[in-house]
Design a protein around this ligand. Structure first.
Ligand SMILES: C[S@@+](CC[C@H](N)C(=O)[O-])C[C@H]1O[C@@H](n2cnc3c(N)ncnc32)[C@H](O)[C@@H]1O
Length: 295
């Protein structure tokens, strides 16, 4: 089994989520291939980790990788908002969210997450649930499609892209990621087509967020996480774009500003990767870590 994802900000995560000696519990809400979890289990010999993921395939990779830790790792196939909502209060010493998708999804999942590959356009983390990216591009009204691309991709050419998608699907359904990438590239101005980022980057991000309901799960999950945390325990959240980070930042700010607050903010400014990490792992560039403590 090949591990393809590099755990971002891992030193900073370890330093900011210190675990006390003795029987401690961490909930890794986004276990992925288990990079962060494996570092915590190695560092703290008495720590137990409950590791969540929505994706059955990547979870199998984590189970295999973390087998040497035996019963100290318990995998749970669940979306973090659902799991935390029904979890008991005051049980966890640390809760980690490393939001979004993993390198695995781009390079191994074959579900059309990458505009650089020609795969079936699906993008579901749990393919047994909800609708696919193909259902969205072939089924949404033009205006609704443009709204998704604008809201979740912050794509300024959302209307042009939606128009081009609708024109193409009137000829035939759009089924493949490469086909969608080509339609998008053809819909945007020339200078944007050859700009700093691939012209399909924002639209693909938007579709993935819409397919998996990514943003609407964050706030309910954080609210439950505070309840599930023990006093003195910490929550760390790594985000990868401004839409996610805004939700996390304002939720924590509002909670900490309440009259009788349950949390205090540890990271006044978010922690970002060092130059060295950015060089070694380009996808870490946009990562931001925010940490709070339950008081
Ligand atoms: C950035 S990766 C985590 C990488 C991991 N920290 C590591 O070091 O290997 C995010 C993971 O969270 C999962 N995920 C995304 N949304 C989720 C949700 N709502 N509930 C549970 N898991 C989710 C994805 O399937 C993916 O495996």
């Amino acid at each position: 089994m090949e591990i393809v994802h590099y755990p971002v900000l891992h030193e900073e995560v370890l330093a900011n989520l210190p675990i006390k000696d003795g029987d401690s519990l961490m909930i890794d809400c986004t276990t992925g291939e288990g990079g962060h979890t494996s570092l915590f289990l190695s560092r703290y010999p008495d720590l137990k980790v409950i590791g969540l993921d929505r994706d059955r395939v990547i979870q199998q990779k984590a189970i295999e990788r973390l087998r040497p830790f035996g019963s100290r790792f318990t995998p749970v196939l669940s979306s973090f908002d659902d799991y935390l909502e029904s979890a008991a209060p005051d049980i966890a010493d640390a809760i980690l969210f490393d939001l979004g998708i993993s390198m695995f999804h781009y390079v191994e999942s074959e579900r059309g997450f990458s505009f650089r590959r020609d795969e079936k356009l699906d993008m579901r983390l749990n393919p047994e649930e909800g609708i696919s990216a193909a259902d969205i591009v072939n089924g949404y009204q033009e205006e609704a499609l443009a709204d998704v691309i604008y809201r979740y991709g912050e794509e300024r050419y959302s209307r042009r892209i939606a128009r081009a998608i609708v024109a193409r699907r009137q000829e035939k359904a759009i089924e493949r990621s490469a086909e969608l990438a080509e339609i998008i590239a053809g819909a945007v101005p020339r200078e944007y087509r050859y700009g700093r980022i691939h012209p399909a980057t924002r639209t693909f991000q938007a579709l993935r967020i819409e397919v998996n309901g990514e943003l609407s799960r964050i706030e309910p999950a954080l609210r439950s996480a505070i309840r599930v945390l023990r006093k003195g325990g910490r929550i760390g959240v790594i985000t990868f774009h401004s839409l996610e980070d805004r939700i996390v930042k304002w939720f924590f700010k509002d909670e900490a500003a309440k009259e009788d607050p349950e949390i205090r903010i540890i990271t006044k400014k978010p922690i970002v990767p060092s130059e060295k990490e950015e060089e070694e792992n380009a996808p870490s560039r946009s990562a931001k870590l925010r940490v709070i403590e339950k008081i």
